[in-house]
Design a binder for this molecule. Structure first.
Ligand code: SF4
Ligand code: SF4
Length: 302
């Protein structure tokens, strides 16, 4: 079975479905969104993160590295990628967590042990687990296995998906999923491809197929000024959601923010704004008004 690497387990999450939840973030994504808030989710492998502000220059990482890959410079610790084997020893010895590793493998049984410890919070609040990413639905065997086992334990299961996944598998996993958090980014496929790396045909057709099947779906729309906040895109999005069969879909608008820039720095990646900016509160309200005009239930936030 191809096991994903996990880069974060967020206990007590309250914005990723009903009740108190555990959100589990998997690495690996077929999209490459310019505004991605979790850049460590895009690459499916282990990555080393470094935060210069937390570094006290103690050299523990330099001394511990078995491959002489770390060096202390005036700009902080530099890692030679041609030497680094991503073993994680430097992160283990770092006293301040200036160095961290993103990506750890868990078997489904190991994850279930972690999940079951939070069971009483789920039971009391009507919560459960949400699998996010990255794109969780690229890991067929892992998702089938985990959701089968959670189903046996009667734990509520939600998936946060880009929808850019194989339709057959989406329909298979829908049989064992209580809630989909399904992203819509842009209605024009050429624009979608420019900003995310892929067209939107599969995403939109999968959403229709999933709706026809009667799946419980909430729509998530990242709102980025300069990308998808124009009237034409938002009204086409509202029109499309309104046309979907089944229960009326709830919509969460997730305004873009620049907090993630720090994560790009930690990964040693350049962050290019490409004209993207944060929508103001007034602009967010205006967007909500467009969805209301179509009779849709929309809110700001997850
Ligand atoms: S991950 Fe391992 S090889 Fe890479 S810098 Fe750290 S200790 Fe050295
Ligand atoms: S061990 Fe951590 S705090 Fe010490 S030099 Fe390395 S990165 Fe900086």
């Amino acid at each position: 079975m191809q096991s994903p690497l996990i880069f974060n387990i967020n206990k007590y999450a309250i914005n990723d479905g009903p009740g108190i939840r555990m959100t589990i973030f998997l690495k690996g994504c077929p999209l490459n969104c310019a505004w991605c808030h979790n850049p460590e989710s895009q690459n499916s492998g282990i990555q080393k993160l470094y935060t210069k502000l937390k570094c006290i220059g103690c050299m523990e990482c330099v001394k511990a590295c078995p491959n002489d890959a770390c060096e202390l410079t005036i700009d902080g610790i530099k890692t030679d990628p041609s030497r680094c084997q991503l073993c994680g020893i430097c992160a283990e010895v770092c006293p301040t967590k200036a160095t961290e590793m993103a990506g750890k493998e868990y078997s489904t049984d190991e994850l279930l042990k972690i999940i079951e410890k939070e069971r009483h919070f789920f039971d009391q609040s009507g919560g459960g687990i949400t699998i996010s990413g990255g794109e969780p639905l690229i890991y067929h065997d892992f998702m089938n296995d985990l959701f089968d086992k959670c189903g046996e334990l009667k734990i509520h299961r939600a998936i946060d998906t880009s929808g850019f996944v194989k339709t057959d598998f989406l329909l298979t996993i829908a049989e064992k999923t209580e809630l989909f958090l399904y992203d819509i980014k842009l209605m024009d496929s050429v624009n979608h491809k420019n900003w995310t790396g892929v067209g939107n045909e599969l995403i939109l057709s999968n959403l229709r197929v999933l709706s026809e099947k009667g799946a419980n779906i909430e729509i998530r729309i990242p709102l980025i000024k300069g990308v998808n906040d124009d009237y034409e895109n938002i009204s086409k999005t509202a029109e499309f959601i309104h046309s979907l069969p089944g229960e009326k879909k709830k919509i969460s608008i997730l305004p873009y923010h620049k907090i993630a820039i720090k994560k790009y720095e930690k990964l040693g990646l350049d962050y290019e704004e490409h004209g993207m900016s944060e929508p103001s509160v007034e602009e967010q309200k205006h967007i909500l008004g467009i969805f209301y005009k179509y009779g849709l239930e929309a809110k700001i936030g997850g």
